[in-house]
Structures are given as C-alpha cells and as structure tokens.
Design a protein around this ligand. Structure first.
Ligand code: BGC
Length: 456
C-alpha cells in the first residue's frame, strides 16, 4: 500500500471511529453525572435507573433501524445525521431544566449511539482493504474504551463545582462536531455506491484508497459479491444459519448479563456503596477502571490472533466470575470497613481487566466473523440489537437487584451467569482463529448442529 493511501485510510477510519469514541463517551459519562443529578433532583433508585437507561432505550431503537437506514441512504449520510443527533443530544441534555428533559435528550443520544454502533464499523470495513480489516474491527472497541476513559477524566475534572453534570453532558458535543465536519468531507462507501449503480462516484472514491490499476477489478469483485449479498430475512433465519444466530445472540446476552455495564455506568456508585464518601475519590477510582479497560483491550488485540478467541474467553470469564465472587463476599462479610474499600476497588479492576481481554472485543469480533456473507448485515444487526436490549435490561434493574438480593447477591448473580457463559463458550462458540470466513460458512452449511459447530 502506498504511504499516501495508508495515511488517507487511517484518517478516514479515524474520523469514522470517532463514532465509537462518542459511543464510549456518552455511555461512560453517566457514571459521574448521575451522582450529581441524583443529589440535585433527590432521585429514587427507580428514577436513577431511568436516567441511566434512557440512552439504552434510544440505542435499542437506533440499532433496530440502523441496517435499513444505512442501506437506503448510504453510510456517509447516516453517519453525518448521527453526528448531528449526538451534538443536539449533548447540548440539550446540558441545558435540560428537568429530569424529564434529561431523559429525552439522552434518548436522542441513544438513538445516535445505536445507529453508530452498527454503521461506523460497517463503513470502516467497507473502505478498508482486506489485509487491514481484522485490526480495524477491534479498533472500534478500542475507541469505545478510549471514549469511556475520556468521559471518566472529564467527570473527574468537573467534580469541583455544583452543576458539573451539565458540562459533563455538554462536552460530548465537541467530538460530535468533529465527526460531523469530518464525515461531510469524506466519500461515501464505494461498496454502497456500486450497489446503487453510481459507478463513477465509486470509481472516484476508490481512487483515493487504492492504485488505479486495481480499481476495475475491485469494482467487478464488489459487483459480484453484491449479487451474493442480497439475502432476505427468510434466508437469515434459515435452519443452517440458526446455530450462528444463536451463538451471536447468546454472546450478546452473556456480554451484558455478566454485569459489565453495572461497572461502566455505576462504578462510582458502587465505590460509594463500599464507603467512599467523596464523589471525587469515587470518580478517581473509576478513572483507574477506565484506564485498565483501554490497556487490556490493547493486550487482547495483541493476543486475539495468536492465542485464539476461546482461550481468551476462558481466561476472561474465570477472572470475571472470581472477581465478582470476591466483590460479593466483600459486601457480604460484616465489619469489613477499610478492607471493604480496598477489596472493592481491586476486584472491580480485576473484573474490568478480565472483561477487556475477553467478552469485550470478542463479542464484536465473532459477530463479524460467523455469519454467511449473504446475510451478514442482517444477522449482525440482530446481534447488535440484542446487545443493546440486554444492556438496557441490566442497567435498568441493577439498583433494584441490589435492593432485592442485597449487594452481595446481585454480584453473585452476575458471577453465576459468568459460569454459565463459560460452559456455553466451551460447548458452542467456534474457534475462528486462522479459519477463513468461507471455511466457517462451509461448516455451517454442513448443518452438523451446534456441538459440531463448536468443534470447527
Ligand atoms: C460493550 C459495552 C461496554 C463496553 C465497555 C463493549 O464491548 O458492548 O456495553 O460498555 O464494551 O468497554
């Protein structure tokens, strides 16, 4: 690849990945903001959960319509409108005069997140040459974790005044504007243009990312793959695709119901449960959580193609189950006091590290790998939608769960789900390392059932 082309590609992917950064920022920022909103409006646990999950309700809706929108209007236009929604939502939530208004504007941000979580990786994968595609899928997860850590740092920097939560929300408008301007300047995905018979524009877009002499053959191969790619919902639900659908949706369930976002959205709240009395110290500990998340995602990216997906899933899930078990114990044993604080911070850090090397990146990677080409778009959007739905259910029940089962009980519940997830991964998740996507598809076609699929 020529140097200019490489630079251009990185800039293009970097701009689109700002959508991942916004996904991370706008979901992470609530963890600090909620402490102040709760105090200012004297919210009950139920209302706190509603504020936290407003974004998720929007995201469920956004993910549900994202596939159809990206196909009809093009990836670029959809991302431009999404950036606009991110900006409106951020400014609106910052100036909200009531809890109801916060909820409405956070829902608008949620719609943007839901659409972006599907469209941005799709756009990036469509403009990348095959040799760079794998790394770019995980780059999206890296950007999400960076967005989360930036939001925690902003939360920390703003814990000095009284109306800080407004700035916490409002600052999200900055990357949104950069995404808006950046995407306006970028070309549409050549694959989408060819699919809509706009060959001249596709040629111009391809010129920027590859050598002239490859363009004609690239247009031909995209045209051929588009012929195969028009699978219907009926085909996506065909019996031989079902095992893969099952694995994708089950992994969405496990990625969420093992409790990751109780930590991402509620870490400072959990630290306050453990006896930290200042918002500032709780948010400071949360910054540590965000940093470990970024660092361990980098470690995962390094090992994912060497060790394989399943070993990382095993290591991660055992680590998650153990740390949640200890976290529960710390809340269960009476008279822990000072020790409770330390144990809570350590187990939360260990938990996030274990998630970041396993279910974090691997869920998104596997749903990009296991579906037959023809129905990949539809199947991926279904798994994405399931992910947001389970996310919303967990976030909107966590505090109630701690009230009903006790804090220890709630964490033990998530630990138990980790163990079920471990067994599930052993039995059903295929090791995709080193297999071509065509191999995986052929195996599915042989229709040997889930167990055999797991032994690919
Ligand atoms: C999950 C998000 C989570 C994030 C944390 C992503 O893979 O889908 O729900 O907040 O990881 O890093």
């Amino acid at each position: 690849m020529k140097k200019n082309t490489r630079t251009f590609l990185y800039i293009t992917a970097g701009i689109a990945a700002l959508a991942g950064l916004l996904f991370g920022y706008d979901t992470g920022v609530i963890s600090g903001a909620i402490l102040f909103i709760k105090d200012q409006f004297a919210l009950s646990s139920g209302s706190v959960q509603r504020v936290v999950s407003a974004v998720l309700l929007g995201a469920v809706f956004g993910a549900a319509v994202s596939g159809a929108l990206a196909d009809r209007f093009g990836r670029k236009k959809v991302l431009v409108v999404t950036a606009f929604l991110f900006a409106i939502g951020a400014v609106g939530a910052a100036f909200a005069a009531s809890v109801a208004m916060i909820i409405v504007f956070r829902m608008i941000i949620g719609v943007a997140i839901g659409v972006a979580s599907y469209t941005a990786p799709l756009y990036i994968s469509e403009i990348s040459p095959p040799e760079a595609r794998g790394a770019l899928v995980s780059l999206n997860q890296l950007m999400i974790t960076c967005g989360i850590v930036v939001s925690y740092l902003v939360d920390l920097a703003l814990t000095l005044g009284t109306n800080e939560w407004r700035w916490m929300f409002g600052l999200g408008a900055l990357p949104a504007v950069v995404l808006l301007l950046g995407m306006t300047a970028l070309s549409e995905s050549p694959r989408w243009l060819i699919g809509h018979n706009r060959i001249d524009e596709a040629r111009a877009a391809l010129k920027k990312i590859m050598a002239e002499d490859r363009i004609n053959s690239e247009i031909n191969s995209i045209q051929q793959s588009l012929v195969i790619k028009t699978g219907s919902w009926k085909e996506a639900l065909a019996p031989w695709v079902r095992p893969a659908l099952f694995v994708g949706i089950a992994l969405a369930f496990f990625q969420q119901v093992t409790g990751i976002n109780t930590i991402i959205y509620y870490a400072p709240t959990i630290f306050e449960f453990a006896g930290f009395s200042s918002h500032k110290v709780s948010i400071l500990a949360t910054v540590g959580v965000g940093m470990v998340n970024v660092f361990m995602t980098l470690v995962a990216i390094r090992f994912i193609d060497r060790l394989g997906r399943k070993p990382l899933l095993y290591i991660g899930l055992i680590g998650m189950a153990a740390s949640l078990g200890i976290l529960g114990l710390a809340f269960y044993l009476p008279g822990m006091m000072g020790a409770l604080k330390i144990l809570t911070v350590l187990s939360v850090l260990f938990y996030i590290a274990s998630f970041a090397i396993s279910l974090g990146p691997i869920f998104w990677l596997i749903i990009a790998e296991i579906y037959p080409l023809k129905v990949r778009g539809r199947a991926m959007s279904l798994a994405t939608l399931a992910n947001w739905l389970f996310n919303m259910i967990v976030a909107s029940t966590f505090l109630t769960l701690t009230e009903k089962l006790g804090k220890a009980g709630a964490f033990w519940f998530y630990a138990a789900v980790c163990i079920v997830a471990l067994v599930f991964c052993y039995l059903y998740v295929p090791e995709t390392k080193g297999h071509t996507l065509e191999d995986i598809e052929k195996h599915l076609k042989r229709n040997k059932g889930l167990k055999a699929f797991g032994e690919l």
